[in-house]
Design a protein around this ligand. Sequence first.
Ligand code: F6P
Length: 357
Amino acid sequence: MKRIGMLTSGGDCQALNAAMRGVVKTFINSGEEVEIFGFLAGYKGLIYSNFQMLTGKDFSGILTKGGTILGSSRTPFKTITEPDENGVDKIEAMKHTYHKLGLDCLVILGGNGTHKTANLLRTEGLNIVTLPKTIDNDLWGTDMTFGFQSAVDIATNVIDCIHTTADSHRRVFIVEVMGHKAGWLTLNAGMASGADIILIPEIPYDIKKVVKAIKKRQERGSGFTILAVAEGAISKEDAALSKKEYKKKLEKRTHPSVSYEIAEAIQAEIGMEVRVTVPGHMQRGGSPCPYDRVFASRLGSEAGKLVLKGEYGFMVGYKNREIVKVPLEDVAGKLKTVDPDATIVKEAKMLGICFGD
Ligand code: F6P
């Protein structure tokens, strides 16, 4: 009999439940007896030994359910090696929980920060298998993460809705899309919804070029303009600053986010009404789209297979349309961002989309 711990850590996304269900169904259908310890609220559950014993029934009917049945929380990697407010050594506490319960393996679902901690636990001798979740799609070692396609659907729907009202009122609209420091979500939702201008962190923008693109549309008789702006979008001037200088500048920022800064600059130049829409955490919520249900189920079942075979130390990822296992040490600490020279960017430019560069 195997004893498996499972946890979901970091910002939630769609299809976390679908992925866990995939893992557990694979255990059940293998005929092997498996005990499942569900740690609550991410790594915190492992640190403070807060878990629930789960059975197949707990994973039934959750394929379409958003969020995570285990709950989640952020335990930033930079604080993982620091003791908590009561002096508890978090790494030692997690190892203690693992050994006390006699676990054979931990199945960990998470994004970048989660993978750094997972890899650290691996180096501390724990058996780990991970699954790539995040709407940001910025995890190295996999072409896609689950949650991403669902978030693309939501952000696309938002921009579709904005299109009709922008047209009626002849306004410039900015839709701010999540994605942290990566532009995957904005690029895909922007292209899917026919945005005129797409601004992503990987391609610093020149506000003059953005204004020029809007004016060009006006001259052509297009009464409105839609900008899909990544929450991490950055101007050329700001990109030229050192990390320290930029951080200082952000501390003094009076606008709620970069989109409002851009809106003000555009309004000052063209005198048209500019509106900002921020769908925010809506992009992480609700039911997973059909693609993510299938994708997360496949990844989950492959993770289940690895656990049953005792192959540990891997993330189950997706490369060139194949499910693959990627060593955790290769994944941890690396970010997958949009290559400004990627063909998708070139194609978007050929479609007339302005990136502000
Ligand atoms: O990583 C997912 C994500 O939604 C990012 O796109 C966003 O920057 C961040 O999480 C928001 O974090 P929080 O949920 O802590 O506000």
